[in-house]
Design a protein around this ligand. Sequence first.
Ligand code: ARG
Length: 419
Amino acid sequence: MALWFSPLSVIAQDAKPPQTVYLTAKGIVDPVTGLYSQNPAILIENGRITNIGSATQFPAPAGATKIDLPDQTIMPGMIDMHVHLTSSPTARRQNRLEQREVITGVANARKTLMAGFTTVRNVGAARYSDIALRNAIADGDIPGPRMYVSGPPVGIIGGHCSDDTYSPPEDNKYGENVATGPWEMRARVRKNIKYGVDLIKTCSTGGVFSKGTVLGAPQGTVEELKAIADEAHARGLKVASHAHGTIGIQNAVEAGIDTIEHASFLDDKTIRMIKKNGVFLSMDIYNTEYTLSKGKENGVPEESLQKEREVGTVQRESFSNAVKANVKIVLGTDAAIYPHGDNAKQLSRMVEFGMNNAQAISAATNVAAQALGKDDLIGRLAIGYSADIIAVKGNPLDDITTLEEVSFVMKEGKVYKGQ
Ligand code: ARG
């Protein structure tokens, strides 16, 4: 009988990970120092790292399961700070049925994990489909990255968040989390928290993929954005704001928002504000290529293609300026605009537009963990951290594109690929 699934996926889903694993490899990259060392050894117990050093320093304890990757470099599992696992480039506009979106998410979660992304921040999904997906992964029912999810974004009437007018007629009332004024915004935040979100997503400008919105035009007032930020922060959640245009970026920073998504039109004053407030930027500088080459055939309307032509190059210039100014930048790709699993392709663009390889690796690991507020759990390989470990042939400090071909993936001590 032909197997239509790989036996590995069965092991990964059904078997409990071994209690104690002793992992060795040819080399290791530490994103915090940007250094490469040879012959690392990592001891993993119950999914956490309990020892790390050189293989000559400490041998395998008796009874440990050994994994050796003699020709590979290991590093922490990557983190993508801007994905939409429940949608895909071709499904995006036709497919508003929430049950179908969850199933789309199951397939995309697997692809993302196998590409070496052990954590994602999912910043926008209809009707809490992201929560269903996150929980199924956390319960071990399906393979996927650890997810931090926003649920439906909170936004204004006719805005980019949750109320784009591409919705089919039966949805053509206002979107589910649309609000007017600070108190209604607070109520939407409270509702999302009630349903179990990990963070809040809002929009402070128009977007490429929403009908009739203008990239440069701010959405929501500073008062409304402040209400969102205050309410979320009081409950211990961070806030991400979609913002292309300069004023909308400034409004979000002034309101106390934690991460700016896209951040396309940056000037010197705005960069200074971002630095002063310790805000992180998540700039999706890869997907412009995909949209401009494949968008038309995927059914992206001309209005969005035109906006993409206006934003792509400017956003890359802004990225270079932000890197020069030493702004905190994370890897955030907006996977769903392009096919899931290609997330690491953005790293080479981040290098092309100003980062060195070590900075790009950091953006996808320890800096992203910091932006999530999870830098005591993920983003580096150290004692007490989750055993989220990937491996590649070659050294990503020499060639960043090696991360496009991840050959080994472990999440929480469980091997999903490569053994
Ligand atoms: N979700 C974003 C929007 O609709 C995608 C922007 C993609 N383009 C880009 N150059 N970053 O606005």
